[in-house]
Design a protein around this ligand. Structure first.
Ligand SMILES: Cc1cc2nc3c(=O)[nH]c(=O)nc-3n(C[C@H](O)[C@H](O)[C@H](O)COP(=O)(O)O)c2cc1C
Length: 204
């Protein structure tokens, strides 16, 4: 019997939009028969700042049961999907902090030859979703990763229109993750799992 491909979903989210995408990705990967680890990265913001923003506090409470990401979660995986809200056109510091813990694994060559793919959420439709996804890819290239972007490989991609990865825009926190974003996440994940299966079959 073929071994299930191993997928790790690593994300940061303050107010929950990226959490929703991460959960959709994890569910889709499981439905595609992958073994999945859903992991959030550690929060860096002070507790009083979080508590002063209801959406942020609600997301922290709702995701308390999701384990914190470790270096081993990335080393373990055949495919890694990473997500972050857009912060000034870039990834959030919390995810960057986690990326910076990967130096030892990188040096040992343990991050190479895996599939990597990214997802994000922005406040506005042109607020930097593409630059955030491309910023994630900077690190993926350093890892020696195989970057799998969704491209326009499925009819749904002509609806959300982002070939670099799944990107929601929340219109200033007023638009929850809906069908367009969920469909994009499913297309991206199914492609990642399919190619991870091919890659692991080729290298076993
Ligand atoms: C400090 C900060 C910087 C942000 N920078 C951008 C930005 O450059 N472009 C944008 O469209 N939205 C920006 N946003 C909005 C978030 O990217 C957006 O609300 C996102 O959906 C939040 O995801 P989350 O709910 O998973 O935390 C910023 C938000 C914060 C708090």
């Amino acid at each position: 019997m073929a071994t299930a491909v191993k997928v790790t979903v690593v994300y940061y989210s303050a107010t929950g939009h990226v959490t929703d995408i991460a959960r959709e990705i994890a569910d889709t990967a499981e439905k595609a028969s992958a073994e999945v680890r859903l992991r959030r990265v550690a929060e860096l913001a002070p507790q009083e700042v979080i508590a002063s923003q209801p959406a942020w506090a609600a997301n922290v409470a709702a995701t308390a049961g999701i384990p914190l990401a470790t270096v081993e979660d990335v080393v373990w995986a055949d495919a890694v999907l990473m997500g972050s809200p857009t912060r000034f056109g870039n990834i959030a510091a919390q995810l960057k902090q986690f990326l910076d813990t990967l130096g030892g694994a990188w040096k040992r060559g343990e991050l190479a030859d895996k599939i990597y793919s990214g997802f994000t959420s922005t406040g506005s439709p042109h607020g930097g979703n593409e630059s955030t996804l491309l910023a994630l890819m900077h690190s993926f290239h350093h890892f020696g990763g195989i970057v799998v972007a969704p491209g326009f490989t499925h009819p749904d991609k002509f609806v959300d229109g982002n070939p670099y990865g799944t990107a929601h825009h929340d219109a200033g926190g007023t638009v929850p993750v809906g069908d367009v974003t969920r469909n994009a996440a499913r297309v991206q994940t199914e492609r990642v799992v399919r190619l991870a299966k091919a890659l692991t079959a080729a290298t076993l």
